[in-house]
Write a protein that binds this ligand. Structure first.
Ligand code: SF4
Ligand code: SF4
Length: 341
């Protein structure tokens, strides 16, 4: 029988199974999205109905005002589709050391949304943009036909606003081949060369994320009969150096209704932070779960955070030189391209 994720991490260091210190607040504005990607760890789509309202946003703003210096990480779904996205971004100006928006890029070409690149710049947002691969066919397989060309057009617009130069523009890669991400250093070099040569696009860095086996991605694995194989693959690639770096040690996620989670993956997996009596912890009582030593809710999907170079919303968590032999074995196979299943 497999050791649980908690057991694996505790065997590295017992402290790594609990919260360390608050550095970032991730806010999920809801599950509305203009796309319906195969690798989505939520079930985000144009039919999303879990949408954060202003009342919860105001409570988050109040929290940030009391806790200056954090990173604010705004995600979804497609966060820009929340009707109060603009309000929330403007209300949090000056309240966080760094504000990140996670964008699928294509949203900025939807009718009525063309204002987004200007707005990102005016608000000095860091743009973390999904682009699973630098090849159109691979992106089409994960995100749908035409998404690659729309993404490229928006990247051009962002570059013209100074993104990728004076303003931060990071790209996010997800492997398409049912394995952990290849070498970040190699993939970044390939992305940079391809996007620059083909389209004249520049960006600051590439963040490589393993696919987390929940949401629509889990549905796909189960449909293909490969869910168990994928979990075993993640377990095989367990990297002890990544155990200390799991993002839930320094981040808390807020769901659309104000409930708290250790991360956006636990949000998608419906594993909220709860008190011993089962009542949910919300943004109003966040101090209850950000004490050093607070237990993290861990489950099988967590193995995606410690496989290979490690993985979190900031990409690979372990420098290339600190990867175990089991983890590097995959690199030589998958770094060459964004392979497909
Ligand atoms: S992966 Fe991102 S862009 Fe794709 S459906 Fe999910 S939230 Fe939308
Ligand atoms: S999935 Fe979430 S709770 Fe699990 S290890 Fe990763 S960041 Fe932590």
């Amino acid at each position: 029988m497999l050791a649980s994720f908690t057991q694996k991490v505790a065997a590295v260091d017992n402290r790594f199974t609990s919260f360390h210190r608050m550095e970032a607040l991730q806010v999920n504005l809801g599950d509305l999205c203009n796309l319906s990607c195969a690798h989505c760890h939520h079930h985000a789509s144009p039919h999303g109905v879990r949408i954060m309202g202003r009342e919860v946003m105001e409570r988050i703003v109040a929290f940030l005002a009391r806790h200056p210096g954090l990173t604010l990480d705004i995600t979804g779904g497609c966060p820009e589709m929340n009707p109060d996205f603009r309000y929330f971004v403007e209300a949090t100006a000056g309240l966080a050391a760094r504000r990140i928006v996670r964008s699928n890029l294509a949203i900025a070409l939807e009718p009525g949304m063309e204002w987004l690149p200007d707005f990102y710049r005016e608000q000095q947002l860091v743009v973390m943009a999904s682009l699973p691969c630098y090849e159109a066919d691979n992106v089409a397989k994960q995100r749908g036909d035409g998404v690659f060309s729309r993404s490229i057009e928006v990247l051009r617009r962002l570059n013209s606003q100074g993104y990728g130069r004076t303003l931060e523009l990071h790209l996010v890669h997800n492997p398409g081949n049912g394995s952990v991400s290849g070498s970040r250093a190699v993939l970044e070099k390939q992305y940079r060369a391809e996007l620059q040569q083909q389209f004249g696009i520049s960006f600051n860095s590439l963040h490589c994320m393993n696919n987390t086996p929940i949401g629509r991605f889990r549905d796909q694995l189960e449909l293909n009969g490969t869910y168990r194989r994928y979990i075993e693959h993640l377990v095989e690639k367990f990297n002890p150096a990544a155990a200390e770096q799991i993002m839930c040690r320094t981040l808390v996620s807020v769901g659309w209704d104000g409930s708290l989670y250790n991360c956006d993956f636990n949000l998608a997996a419906a594993l909220p932070l709860q008190r011993a009596d089962g009542t949910p912890v919300t943004i109003d009582s966040i101090d209850e779960v950000t004490l050093s030593g607070s237990a993290i809710r861990m489950a099988e999907h967590c193995f995606s955070c410690t496989a290979g170079q490690g993985s979190g919303c900031g990409g690979a968590t372990v420098p290339s030189g600190v990867v175990t032999p089991a983890a590097t074995q995959q690199d030589s196979q998958s770094a060459a391209a964004c392979l497909l299943q």
